[in-house]
Ligand binder design. Structure first.
Ligand code: ADP
Ligand code: MG
Length: 434
């Protein structure tokens, strides 16, 4: 007797061992490495990861817009080769044609598919109606608010009646209220089964958004991007963000995302070619002060800090991570606490803080020590930026090397370890104490 192959019957998409690098040839520049995931029918899957983890890259691979450098994507049982008709994408901000009306903008989604004008119009009007743009058919993009423009973006994706809808941080460019309204409207359409879509894959860096919307959440690690955890969300819709179980799951995901930073308990030490986030010294000092003060007195729950300080994961994690690298804080299981050095920093005056920061910086960030050493050894105590940037480019992409050096310059200047002339792009020891 023939039994239907379950894996193909309920499976819309399968990503197998997908790898993607950009330029250069070294393996350590891989953005995505061995990414595996499946998307079943009738589910909303969330892909959660930090900025730069490769979420958009993965989505563009699934959309057939770019090729993986390794691995395969199987869509409806067949290997994907270029953009598939049944896959549509909603971007963070939609590039609408400014000279076309809302209706015409939505219709462009169908033109490419060769749909006849009459049917095009009917389907575009239906999509516009569905997404709540009724009455705006003849408006031009410039006459619309950001939220309404994003609705046009949704209509343009929905009008093709895709099997799989991909969304790349579709709510993150909108203000909080507009985002929530659009999110809820979309969920309502999904729950009421008014969307002729089999599955949705949404990319986000927002933990609450993922728990609010998704049936399943995949966590993508950074550098390289890899699916490191899968979390089922068992709550029925509509979900209540204040429900204790909702909160517990949000906390749990925070813990998992930070445990990636501190895999094995202790963070790996920084190397000369490690990418560094651009975190201002003000933000670092601010978090240390917040942690030192009441009600935390040196120790806090990360999700609570994020909530009370209105920080998103992408704002909070890099700051917390740098404090950890510098030895001012430690993180484990979703908590962050100040080390004795962190407490001393919080209590210090401006000058004492600078000196402490300088000491920790030279010890923890090899690139800072390297720049200082080169300057100390050169007769004129000067060195061009390009010298260090090239060194970083051995292990980082050009843009990552530039970012890392910018971060190092800001910290080194604050700590008065070296000076840097933006115009001449040159390091020196001018105005720096021996
Ligand atoms: P995310 O969407 O998670 O923020 P992205 O997929 O946009 O991450 O980018 C992941 C990494 O890949 C980043 O370090 C980015 O600089 C790099 N990257 C993305 N696209 C390109 C490209 N076309 N060329 C070179 N590097 C790229
Ligand atoms: Mg992105």
């Amino acid at each position: 007797m023939l039994t239907p192959d379950k894996s193909t019957a309920s499976e819309v998409l399968r990503v197998e061992h997908v790898q993607r690098g950009f330029a250069k040839s070294q393996d350590d520049l891989l953005v995505l490495d061995d990414v595996n995931l499946t998307i079943g029918a009738k589910e909303i899957v969330g892909l959660l990861g930090r900025s730069g983890s490769g979420k958009s890259t993965l989505l563009r691979i699934i959309a057939g817009l770019i090729q993986p450098t390794g691995g395969t994507v199987i869509y409806e049982g067949e290997p994907l080769q270029g953009p598939a008709e049944g896959i549509a994408m909603v971007f963070q901000t939609f590039a609408l044609f400014p000279w076309l009306t809302v209706l015409e903008n939505v219709e462009t989604g169908l033109e490419a598919l060769g749909v006849k004008p009459q049917e095009r119009r009917e389907r575009a009007l239906a999509a516009i109606d569905l997404i709540g743009l009724d009455g705006f058919e003849n408006a031009y993009p410039r006459e619309l608010s950001g939220g309404m423009r994003q609705r046009v973006g949704f209509a343009r994706a929905l009008v093709v009646e895709p099997t799989l809808l991909l969304m790349d941080e579709p709510f993150s460019a909108l203000d909080v209220l507009t985002a929530e309204t659009l999110r809820t409207d979309l969920l309502d359409l999904w729950i009421e089964r008014r969307l002729k879509i089999k599955s949705i894959l949404i990319v986000t860096h927002n933990i609450e958004e993922a728990v609010f919307m998704c049936d399943r959440i995949l966590i993508l690690s950074s550098k390289p991007g890899r699916v490191v955890a899968e979390i089922g969300v068992p709550f029925p819709h509509p979900r209540n963000r204040l429900h204790p179980e909702f909160r517990r799951l949000v906390d749990d995901i925070y813990a998992r995302m930070t445990s990636r930073i501190t895999a094995g308990g202790l963070p790996a030490g920084l190397e000369l070619g490690t990418w560094l986030p651009q975190v201002s010294t003000n933000l670092m000092a601010g978090l240390v002060e917040t942690l030192a003060a009441a009600p935390y007195h040196g120790r806090a729950d990360l999700p609570e800090i994020a909530r009370t300080q209105h920080l998103e994961v992408d704002d909070l994690f890099p700051v917390a991570e740098m404090l950890q690298h510098l030895g001012f804080a430690e993180m484990r299981e979703g908590d962050i606490w100040l080390t004795p050095a962190g407490k001393a920093f919080a209590e210090g005056d401006t000058q004492e803080r600078k000196q402490m920061f300088a000491g920790h910086l030279v010890r923890s960030v090899p690139m800072v020590a390297r720049i200082r050493k080169v300057l100390d050894e050169r007769p004129g105590h000067r060195a061009p930026r390009v010298r260090f940037e090239q060194e970083l480019e051995d292990s980082l992409s050009d843009s990552a090397a530039e970012e890392t050096l910018d971060a190092v310059i800001n910290w080194g200047r604050y700590a008065e370890i070296f000076s840097y002339d933006d115009q001449a792009e040159t390091f020196s020891l001018e105005d720096v104490e021996g």
